[in-house]
Design a protein. Structure first.
Length: 393
């Protein structure tokens, strides 16, 4: 296993906890309505949890150049898990459709065809991976210099605004582009790229501040929390942000809450001492994200109907927290099986064994050896492929 940055794993652990929590409280919200506690919690989590993940994804991004190796690398890391979870969920959909009295095969086939447009209907949680794939592809093709940190914060903010305007006026724009909204999440990836660049630009600063004096993040935590309260009071936005559907509300509210909420969670992540729980959750975020699809599609709504017996703040919070913890615990054996036997298909394409060799030994390496041999000796691009790249004579 590669050396991991523990405070990033802690942030990712908090983030994946909020994903499970948020998707469950969403089910409660549909039962309770806009006036309840669930609306407040659902709206709060959704205002920043996806921007947070794009910011974190940009933290350790390195400058790349467009090549077949790069494309295949992000294909293996981002899209292979999407297709793997789709295949894994086909039996679940067949059983579910049978239980609901719907067409077993037809529904699955329709959902499968949606993948041609980059819409992962068999497991919609994996939309993030498709959007991240498109985001990283655009970041590399655009030639943005990741070394220009200050400039990239400005560029990132501009991209968020541009993406917001594009998605908000997609009907008019589609007349000229002939592209439906979020074909392979192309439109939303412009916003995602903005957060990605902001994350990349602030990573060095966060690392330096953490090494200098972590007490700074107590101040950051307090300030971000205070501004979140001010934003909720004076920038009130009734709409719930759903980035997967390009629903953002007003720009000022979306941009402000996304950054404040992310700063709040990042500060917490830098203050919590590393431990086995956060290290585990952070290291397995991708798998847990996909497994959450089972709860989102098939389980949460039934638990919500059964458990919504009170509407108090304390009961809703306890209900959601307990359900989230139990859901994560249920995932543990599945995470273990995937990591032990099929890691190559779920975000770890360079893993060797026990059943499969690294994925690039089956496809990328053999193709590039014949077609683009010089690329195999680009140490920056082949850092993940060193076990199969021969020494250059």
């Amino acid at each position: 296993m590669k050396n991991r940055i523990e405070w990033i794993d802690t942030i990712k652990a908090i983030g994946i906890f909020l994903v499970f929590y948020g998707h469950y409280v969403e089910s409660l919200y549909y039962l309770e309505g806009d006036s309840g506690v669930t609306y407040v919690q659902y709206k709060f989590i959704y205002s920043f949890h996806i921007p947070l993940f794009f910011i974190v994804s940009g933290f350790t991004a390195k400058q790349q150049r467009v090549s077949l190796i790069f494309i295949r690398k992000i294909f293996f890391q981002r899209l292979i898990p999407v297709f793997s979870f789709a295949i894994l969920f086909v039996p679940l959909w067949l059983i579910y459709n049978r239980f609901k009295g719907e067409g077993m095969i037809r529904t699955v086939v329709e959902k499968g065809f949606a993948y041609l447009g980059g819409q992962p209907q068999l497991n919609f949680m994996t939309w993030f991976l498709i959007c991240l794939f498109t985001t990283e592809f655009i970041a590399t093709c655009s030639g943005i210099d990741l070394r220009k940190k200050t400039r990239n914060v400005v560029i990132g903010s501009g991209l968020i605004l541009a993406g917001y305007l594009i998605t908000d006026n997609i009907v008019s724009i589609a007349i000229y582009t002939r592209l439906a909204l979020n074909f392979w999440f192309l439109h939303e990836s412009i916003i995602a790229l903005g957060f990605y660049l902001i994350g990349n630009s602030t990573y060095t600063l966060l690392t330096s501040l953490s090494a200098y004096n972590k007490n700074i993040f107590y101040v950051a935590l307090s300030v971000s929390l205070a501004f979140i309260w001010l934003s909720a009071t004076y920038l009130y936005e009734p709409d719930i942000v759903i980035m997967s559907l390009s629903k953002h509300g007003t720009f000022v509210s979306f941009f402000t809450n996304a950054l404040l909420g992310s700063a709040f969670i990042i500060s917490i992540g830098l203050l919590i001492p590393p431990n086995k729980v956060t290290n585990y959750l952070g290291a397995n975020t991708l798998i847990l994200l996909g497994l959450n699809g089972a709860f989102f599609h098939f389980i949460n709504s039934y638990i919500a109907k059964w458990s919504l017996t009170e509407h108090s703040w304390w009961y809703i919070t306890f209900n959601c927290t307990l359900t989230t913890i139990i859901s994560l615990l249920i995932c543990v054996p599945f995470v273990t099986i995937i990591n032990r036997y099929f890691p190559q298909f779920f975000g770890k394409p360079d893993a060797d064994g026990p059943l499969l060799k690294p994925l690039h030994t089956y496809a990328v390496f053999r193709f590039l050896q014949a077609k683009e041999p010089d690329l195999l000796h680009d140490t920056q691009l082949t850092s993940g492929f060193k076990d199969v790249v021969p020494n250059k004579p």
